[in-house]
Design a protein around this ligand. Sequence first.
Ligand code: EPZ
Length: 420
Amino acid sequence: MDKIRVHGGHPLSGSIKVSGSKNSSLPILAATLLTREPCVVHGVPDLSDTHYMLQILMHLGAQVERASGTVSVTAEKVHSVAPYDIVRKMRASVCVLGPSLGRCKEATVALPGGCVIGDRPIDLHLKGFEALGAAVRVEGGDIKVFAPKLKGAVINMQGKFGPTVLGTDNIMMAAVLADGVTVIEGPAQEPEVVDLANFLNEMGAKIEGAGTRRIVIEGVPALHGAEHWVIPDRIEAGTFLVAGAMAGEGVTVKRVEPEHVRAVTDALARCGYAVDIGDDSITILPNGEATAQDLVTEPYPGFPTDMQAQMCALLSTSRGTSSVTENIFPRRYMHVAELKRLGAKLRLEGATAVIDGVDRLLGAPVMASDLRASAALVLAGLKADGTTEVSRVYHIDRGYEHLDEKLMELGAHIERVKET
Ligand code: EPZ
């Protein structure tokens, strides 16, 4: 296993290009199962999560070719059983359920299990499949869904913690080939859901309202191949903007959709940073110390849970006392104990982290636990005096395309070393 060694105190400057969105690529790659014709997807980031998705597609019988960021998939003959030994590596594998059910009228996917950010139920996905006429069985650790025929239905995607992103994706992908009209009430409105809907429409689906509170899907007999560019990764963009805020002398992220990052740029502006927004770039300028603020994570367009850990790192060195409340994954605070090892002062009160800003952080060995917490620890290391070693960086490699190399391009003194 690798670890990343960060030597703090070196200012960042310059610009980086944002990669294609991981959370768009995964469902879009799964959607290629819905047609026997070739699909070409551009801008797929080079990550372990996208590699796992390609492994699943090949296991299901699709032909897959990858040339740097372009992936070609032809799912001419596919079966619909995704085994545990692949699914356990990435819980987002659950998003092959919808297209497999839509194409094959049956699907078996190992139950993904939970992860460090919390129990990851899929009850809303299964409720949606049943509404479309599928029978759902959970046995032997597998989810089995089957439906001789899928019929359009009205489905509500709201759960205790708001809408479900992959659940909305799954129901859309099952409904596009159903008989009749499906209405999804209260769907997730994330840009990645809109990107998937756009890809499905390019394949011949009839989906309206993606990104709004109501999606209407008119079933069609079949879908054809399509070519698509994945949207920029808004969480990667946000992560680099926070890096620029914490340790930058002027950092620009390029090839970004500013509207997708608005909740983050608004939060950084509230911290007192000058944020210069262009058509497809955003520049953040230093302002000394951030001012404290109270932050709440919400479904899009609210502040994203995937940026919560990064903001905890930033607010740890702000002036005053801040609070961060996690409404999507209330246990998503694995980074708190590690940030405290760097001298940050945080305490948890239920799903709220109360952060007393400190003047300086001191480098120390810390351990990555989940994708975004790991990135937050690297950002804290950029700001800390001395050296911070982040172990188990395979978490970072799941969701960030060459994070350390991109930070090096901005002037960070950072190296990847083999964990002895
Ligand atoms: C997607 O996960 C993202 N992953 C996550 O990003 C992101 O944090 C999350 O959406 C929220 O925005 C991908 O897109 C691959 P949810 P997803 O279903 O779809 C509860 C990252 O760092 N829920 O929207 O699995 C659930 O427990 C990852 O890139 C149910 O109760 O998340 C959570 O509390 C981490 N029942 C809330 O809803 C269900 O059936 C939102 O979960 C489904 C979800």
